[in-house]
Write a protein that binds this ligand. Sequence first.
Ligand SMILES: Nc1nc2c(ncn2[C@@H]2O[C@H](COP(=O)(O)OP(=O)(O)OP(=O)(O)O)[C@@H](O)[C@H]2O)c(=O)[nH]1
Ligand SMILES: [Mg+2]
Length: 283
Amino acid sequence: MPISWYPGHMHKARKELGLLLRGARLVIEVLDARIPAASANPLLASMRGDLPLIRVLNKSDLADSEMTAVWQAYFADFQNSACLRSGRDELLDRNRLLKQINRLGVPPAGKVPQSGRIAITGIPNVGKSSLLNRCIGRKLARTGNTPSITREQQFARFTGEWTLVDTPGMLRPRLEDQNAALLMACVGSIGAAGADNMEVAPFLAEILLERRRERLAERYRLENIDISAESLFDRIAVSRGALRKTGLADYDKAADILLQDFRNGRLGGITLENPPNREIRHS
Ligand SMILES: Nc1nc2c(ncn2[C@@H]2O[C@H](COP(=O)(O)OP(=O)(O)OP(=O)(O)O)[C@@H](O)[C@H]2O)c(=O)[nH]1
Ligand SMILES: [Mg+2]
């Protein structure tokens, strides 16, 4: 079953974002540092036009730190933009953001009330509302660890010159790139309504076996490190007691355990994709 998720509220969000960008001066695109390419929305690239862009590689605490640096260097080559990293251990806050805005040379707002808008955009669940709250120093926007928490744009005075605007998470209407769709599902940007765990977890298992085999062996007490993705789920079920009454593995539960462990960083910081033309790191 191909992954496809474009509920009605996203259609509305897209139209409203179009209107917002007409009056905005700067765009922030929050990306998930574990999937910096797959979490970039090509729709935004076409809607943004010539507006300067700050990419935020967010949740860097859950990604491979060295790989985040590689991605940052990759994005540094893009014109009219900047790329910052942010995570629990290196939070992008008000001061860092203001410094970057100045460095980009974005002209400050004039007297027109709309001229200082900064649109915070991105796919669902990447941390847009958390970023807004942090920058204004209070919990204005609702946050939560499931996709599509934010349903309306939210305006917040940032400085005398700038207003930050949180926007609802948005995907493309059609997810032509199914590899990217699966990566988005791995990090929790497409929820259970759009993607089947029984497809997403084996996909994730293949990547983790390639990149973090030893970490998996440690966490799930694998005796044989040369295990296939299929046997990995048997092993997870046994080591975590995810068994049916018959004693057979409960694959639904095992799939959920792997996804939750990955999403919550219990398998360590892992980046799932590399910039174009970079070799895959094995560690
Ligand atoms: N580990 C980690 N979690 C984060 C970080 N930033 C945000 N989160 C968590 O990620 C989840 C989603 O954050 P939100 O700010 O609600 O994300 P959003 O992009 O506004 O999501 P939607 O409104 O649903 O599109 C929340 O549980 C946050 O606490 C981060 O840097 N590291
Ligand atoms: Mg939000």
